[in-house]
Design a protein around this ligand. Structure first.
Ligand SMILES: Cc1cc2nc3c(=O)[nH]c(=O)nc-3n(C[C@H](O)[C@H](O)[C@H](O)COP(=O)(O)OP(=O)(O)OC[C@H]3O[C@@H](n4cnc5c(N)ncnc54)[C@H](O)[C@@H]3O)c2cc1C
Length: 401
């Protein structure tokens, strides 16, 4: 039993005390990771701003960092979390915001412990940037929905147990109004996952066919026709989870390249020195901006500012990986492994310089392209006039395709 009184104030010292008390019962060195995480969820120390019983304590979101740092100080830093980016970064905040109490009870705990993996079935061949144009149909039959359609670029669908999914439930209304958001069982009959091989040689993502897939109405997230509003929560969180995560100084690719610079004097030239310094300063400015964003986030859901963080992340990754290749010269041109692989998670800094260079190309596409993010910043941050949209009031079924 916990010795920390449940009515103790939820401030940083109290949370540190809760963590200390927790690790006195669950030794990070000897407890299996999944058991440790399950107990941490039950103690409300998973994501402290979530409600009690759902992995949190209803504490201010800003205190999460204190809790994470305290667990790390006691030697607990979970591994393999790159498999969970979609579950933790996108599905969890959406389920918290729109899920019924039963849905929150059912999905959040195994999502947090890593017992169940998630993917995101949003994009389609004709609907990426213009996501609201999507055509996967969901038709209600009794207390279930029958889905037919094709999704594409679905990262980690080959590992996933569950998907967050957007489908069209009413083609007779304008495109944004006829969408509904579902949770799809990836093992249900009719779900077919096919690998798509990428520039890197890996197949991190897939195309997913839905052939008469039945989804019980209890797996609908939000009201019928409310899918676009629900999806906004997912998308805002996606941008933050791809490019807006706080990291230490020299975290990410800039750290990899500066390490090479320091350890390989033979590679140094005045030109790459100059470029590397310039990128180091930009990476540091981006890091500090993300830190400010994190503090704003402590007050609620991410807003359009996350789009700027994700845009800067993509541009920097592409430029930094270019300098890394230049610095390595001939060595950088050898690509160590182009065998077909199905990676376990989403990783940008693993492997070699060639991989960094090729994988970073996707950074300006995934989670919203850089052009689309610039539009969001223009309209929603800077207040510039919106792009002309001629299809806002037309029924989806009457749109040219
Ligand atoms: C590595 C990777 C992983 C991904 N993982 C997932 C996933 O797990 N789940 C998922 O659902 N999707 C995923 N995606 C898909 C991704 O969200 C889409 O690729 C993206 O939204 C762009 O859509 P599109 O590919 O259809 O390109 P399009 O929307 O067809 O865009 C083509 C070009 O037109 C430009 N463009 C489009 N509209 C505008 C506009 N209004 N103004 C200016 N320029 C515009 C775009 O910027 C782009 O350059 C992933 C993509 C990548 C690369």
């Amino acid at each position: 039993m916990s010795s920390v009184p449940t009515d103790a104030p939820l401030d940083a010292p109290a949370l540190r005390e809760r963590v200390a008390e927790f690790v006195s019962r669950y030794d990070p060195a000897t407890t299996k990771q999944e058991d440790f995480l399950a107990a941490r969820f039950d103690a409300g120390l998973a994501w402290v701003h979530f409600p009690p019983g759902e992995g949190g304590l209803g504490a201010p979101r800003s205190l999460q960092e204190t809790v994470d740092a305290e667990f790390a100080r006691f030697g607990f830093t979970p591994t393999g979390r790159e498999r969970l980016v979609i579950g933790l970064g996108m599905a969890a905040p959406t389920i918290l915001a729109f899920g019924t109490p039963e849905q929150r009870q059912r999905y959040l705990r195994p999502l947090y412990t890593g017992a169940e993996l998630w993917c995101q079935l949003f994009s389609e061949p004709g609907a990426g940037s213009d996501l609201a144009a999507l055509g996967t149909r969901a038709v209600q039959e009794g207390d279930s929905w029958v889905l037919n359609g094709q999704k594409v670029w679905t990262s980690l669908a080959h590992h996933a147990d569950w998907a967050i999914l957007l489908a069209r439930t009413d083609p007779d209304v304008p495109k944004h109004q006829g969408l509904t958001y579902f949770i799809c069982d990836m093992r249900a009959p009719g779900v077919e996952v096919r690998p798509l091989r990428q520039l890197t040689g890996e197949a991190e993502f897939n195309e997913v066919y839905l052939n008469d897939v039945r989804i019980p109405d209890t797996q609908r997230l939000g009201s019928v026709g409310e899918g676009w509003r629900v999806a906004q929560t997912t998308l805002m969180n996606e941008r933050v989870s791809i490019g807006g995560q706080p990291e230490p100084r020299e975290g990410g690719l800039i750290g990899t390249v500066t390490d090479t610079w320091r350890s390989r004097p033979d590679l140094r030239t005045p030109g790459t020195h100059d470029e590397l310094l310039r990128l180091w300063v930009r990476a540091e400015a981006a890091r500090l901006t993300k830190e400010r964003l994190r503090q704003q986030l402590a007050a609620g859901q991410p807003g359009p500012e996350g789009s700027a963080a994700k845009l800067a992340f993509a541009e920097l990754n592409q430029e930094i990986s270019g300098v890394e290749l230049e610095m390595l010269g001939q060595e950088g041109l050898t690509y160590t492994d182009w065998t077909f692989r199905r990676p376990e998670g989403i990783e940008f800094t693993e492997r070699d310089a060639g991989f960094h260079y090729l994988r970073s190309k996707g950074n300006s596409i995934e989670g919203g392209t850089s052009e689309v993010l610039r539009n969001i910043i223009a309209e929603r941050v800077l207040g510039l006039p919106a792009e002309p949209r001629t299809d806002k009031d037309l029924a989806w079924k009457d749109l040219p395709r």
